[in-house]
Write a protein that binds this ligand. Structure first.
Ligand SMILES: C[S@@+](CC[C@H](N)C(=O)[O-])C[C@H]1O[C@@H](n2cnc3c(N)ncnc32)[C@H](O)[C@@H]1O
Length: 277
């Protein structure tokens, strides 16, 4: 296989660079609660897109759905399959794929497509909307969780600070955060043939919880979360790493609601998008 620079997909490289399983460990309880709200019944065919190592795909399968997890990062697909095996979930499998072009997935295959903080990170959002609609059966549903730009809660602020230290994006780059704006969501699904009255958007809270201290938790973002890793690399190149770290330490401390010595608990708001196909 060629290793020519032109073969590098920056979207894939970003997520394979780190190890999102380290962050996903703090998302399990809230991920399960989110899945409880999806009305999953045994036998439902579910696609979990941008699934990571299965924060939501595992609980979907535990409720009896037949679940396919698709993610662009090879390491996370491997981690997901290892988790499915360790839990004995034969109705859950993970495979590599790109939300902008689900070429290995047939049209009208799923009753429910779930993408929690996943497909929002793919480039070409209009292609993403077209693809998720294509693979959903008529009468089926799509549920997306998208971080909201400029929201005062944790993740939007973490990404805002990280972006401020990162090099300017290439021309034509569309920020993933635009998926957190209702107008864009309606336009994207509208162009995929879904009328606005079939789309609902609701600001909802997600809780990150870990036994790690706030400093340890921030170190996980610094060392394992692609977008923050890039910000630290860019800041280091400019001699501003300590400045970035201090800004993020303050952010984590400010948003942590756990009592001292009780780990870290941080709420973050997202736009919950439901699309009736
Ligand atoms: C913030 S993580 C969320 C993972 C998982 N949904 C969870 O809640 O734990 C974003 C995920 O989207 C995946 N991703 C990014 N771009 C993608 C694309 N174009 N197609 C499929 N997955 C993608 C990443 O590899 C990563 O696993």
């Amino acid at each position: 296989m060629s290793t020519d620079q032109t073969d590098v997909n920056p979207n894939k490289a970003l997520w394979e660079k780190g190890d999102f399983t380290r962050i996903a460990a703090s998302m399990r309880e809230s991920g399960e609660a989110l899945v409880e709200s999806l009305g999953i019944t045994p036998g439902l065919d579910v696609l979990d897109l941008g699934c990571g190592d299965g924060t939501t795909a595992v609980p979907e399968a535990r409720l009896g759905a037949n679940v396919l997890g698709v993610d662009i990062a090879r390491n996370l697909v491997a981690a997901g399959n290892a988790r499915a095996e360790s839990f004995g979930l034969t109705n859950l499998r993970f495979q590599e794929g790109d939300a902008t072009d689900l070429k290995d997935v047939a049209a009208d295959s799923f009753d429910l497509v779930v993408s929690i903080f996943g497909a929002m990170f793919a480039p070409r959002p209009f292609d993403v909307a077209k693809e998720v609609v294509r693979v959903t059966r008529p009468g089926g549903r799509i549920v997306m969780g998208n971080w909201i730009p400029n929201d005062p809660t944790f993740v939007a602020q973490l990404l805002r600070v990280s972006t401020a230290y990162a090099p300017p994006p290439p021309e034509g780059f569309i920020s993933p955060m635009t998926w957190g704006i209702e107008e864009n969501v309606l336009e994207r699904f509208g162009s995929a043939g879904v009328p606005a009255e079939n789309v609902t958007c609701e600001r909802t809270m997600f809780l990150f919880q870990t036994p790690s201290t706030p400093s340890e938790y921030l170190a996980d973002f610094r060392d394992y979360y692609g977008p923050t890793m890039n910000a630290y690399a860019a800041a280091a190149a400019d001699g501003r790493e300590a400045e970035l770290h201090a800004e993020l330490e303050e952010l984590v401390e400010e948003h942590n609601t756990a009592a001292p010595g009780e780990g870290t608990s941080i709420e973050a708001a997202y736009l919950r998008v439901t699309v009736m196909v």
